[in-house]
Design a binder for this molecule. Structure first.
Ligand SMILES: [Zn+2]
Length: 208
């Protein structure tokens, strides 16, 4: 994968290109008996934010230098991030399964959106208007503002109908199916699609 100019660290997370879905996927292999937590520390959370472009390398350095000075704040921010992530998972799963969204999950997202709204404004940039957030180093929680905002934007848009869960029974990563026929089944052909193909190949060989 090509690294962005000015990056100091190679990408760590495998990203599908939608910020809030990528965030939900940071609990990997969710439906398996051994889900893998990719956000084990605040450093991982910050790294995710660099990979997705929420934080610049300079902003990431800022947090890296302060985490050990303010461990309680960082720990609290990580806990809030994981709570938001699980609320988002509950909301998207309910929507995809045409169920009522759990109230506690909506309340958690709305609390994060409220926080994001207090720190965001519309600005003109290159002939268009876009959301801009206040200094993203002003709080250990700051990266949750763009994540909550991205989730709300997707939930309230017509793109919501394109959210899919990977067909692999142990993966179920969420992704936006922007393929022409909207029949995409796997999070990435490189990973799950191939694994499924290999499984079918060996199953056929066994029964042959
Ligand atoms: Zn998958």
């Amino acid at each position: 994968m090509a690294t962005r100019p000015g990056r100091r660290r190679p990408p760590f997370f495998e990203l599908m290109g939608n910020l809030c879905l990528d965030f939900i996927n940071t609990l990997d292999d969710r439906p398996s008996t051994e889900p893998k937590e990719l956000l084990k520390s605040y450093y991982d959370l910050a790294r995710f934010c660099e990979d997705t472009g929420i934080l610049t390398p300079e902003q990431l350095d800022f947090f890296y230098q302060r985490v050990h000075l303010m461990p309680d704040e960082a720990e609290d921010a990580l806990r809030r991030a994981l709570n938001l992530r699980e609320a988002l998972y509950a909301i998207f799963s309910a929507v995809m399964n045409k169920q009522i969204v759990p109230q506690h999950a909506m309340e958690r997202l709305n609390a994060n959106l409220h926080d994001a709204a207090l720190h965001s404004r519309l600005v003109q940039s290159e002939g268009r208007l876009e959301w801009r957030f206040d200094d993203l180093t002003s709080s250990f929680n700051a990266m949750l503002w763009p994540i909550a905002r991205a989730a709300a934007d997707l939930l309230a848009s017509s793109d919501l109908a394109m959210v899919r869960a990977c067909a692999s029974p142990t993966c179920q990563w969420l992704f936006l199916d922007t393929s022409k026929n909207h029949h995409r089944r796997w999070c990435s052909m490189k990973q799950c699609g191939n694994r499924a193909k290999v499984r079918r190949f060996y199953a056929k060989k066994k029964t042959a």
